[in-house]
Design a protein around this ligand. Structure first.
Ligand SMILES: [Zn+2]
Length: 291
């Protein structure tokens, strides 16, 4: 996962009026949100363009599908869910009082996340790991749940939001590309990371292997850039130009239009580089510009 800036979503002409009418009808109980699913589906391409086709939660490239718009705050009945300390077993429960959905946010562009089906629908994969956000929206404190729009800011979601700058940096990964929590057990950060890994299905064989594969493809460029940087420091002829060329190539991996994926993992790996602050300050600079 990495930050997706959803501040500027292209809205087709008349879209906001349709959304307002639908929101009112939904709140008044005249429709269910899915009756007007065309409204959020109409924004699918605008949302998709913000990540160049990558799922905002797991960063896989999404094949063409109709169901790629997830509501961060669920549009329908919200189900309660708790996770054991290991972050593996989930227990569902009924929220009290019952919550019929964040209706005020059902047609709000800021609540839409471009998402693959592994992340937004409950499913088990072939390796038997289950995940999917579905109609869960766990909070750090359940008693702060919002039942109306004015209370929404009181909530502290237990799910990392890719549209919050820096939140994605809470995730850590081991040598096999498997995500884990680096925080003390039970802290808000620990809870957020564990719920996100479990409910977005981020610890999945295919994803973990994909992260490692991307890093292997990316690493030679980092090594070349390091080599030319050291040659530049030594004053070798032409080294500055070669360093700039290599650095540009490394930076292109993170360009919003690039088709590369698992960029959050690549940034995490760059963060772990012990040379980044002394011998190779360009790495820290790169992280700042792409992060
Ligand atoms: Zn996904």
């Amino acid at each position: 996962m990495r930050f997706v800036d959803n501040s500027f979503i292209d809205l087709p002409e008349g879209w906001e009026d349709r959304a307002d009418v639908a929101t009112e009808a939904l709140i008044n109980g005249n429709i269910v949100a899915d009756d007007r699913s065309a409204i959020w589906k109409d924004l699918k391409e605008s949302l998709e363009s913000l990540s160049n086709g990558r799922c905002w939660y797991c960063e896989t490239n999404i094949p063409r599908t109709d169901n790629a718009v997830d509501h961060y705050r669920p549009k329908g009945t919200v189900k309660g869910v708790t996770l054991d300390d290991e972050g593996k077993e989930i227990t569902r429960y009924d929220i009290a009082p019952a919550h019929s959905g964040y209706k005020w946010a059902a047609f709000k562009p800021e609540n839409f996340r471009f998402s693959c089906q592994h992340c937004n629908e409950y499913r088990k994969d072939l390796q038997g790991t289950a995940g999917g956000k579905w109609n869960y929206f766990p909070l750090v404190e359940e008693n702060q749940r919002a039942y109306n729009e004015l209370d929404e800011d009181d909530e502290v979601p237990s799910l990392i939001d890719p549209c919050n700058r820096l939140e994605w940096t809470l995730l850590s990964y081991d040598k096999a590309g498997k995500p884990f929590s680096r925080f003390e057990e039970g802290t808000a950060e620990d809870v957020k990371v564990k719920y996100s890994i479990r409910l977005y299905h981020l610890d999945q064989k295919r994803l973990n292997e994909g992260r490692i594969a991307q890093w292997k493809l990316f690493l030679p460029s980092v090594k070349d850039t390091k080599k030319w940087y050291l040659k530049k420091l030594r004053g070798d002829r032409g080294a500055e130009a070669c360093f700039q060329k290599e650095l540009k190539k490394v930076g292109q991996w993170f360009h919003p239009r690039s088709k590369n994926t698992y960029l959050g993992y690549l940034v995490y790996q760059l963060e772990q580089d012990k040379d980044k602050d002394v011998l190779h300050p360009w790495i820290s600079e790169l992280i700042r510009t792409v992060g």
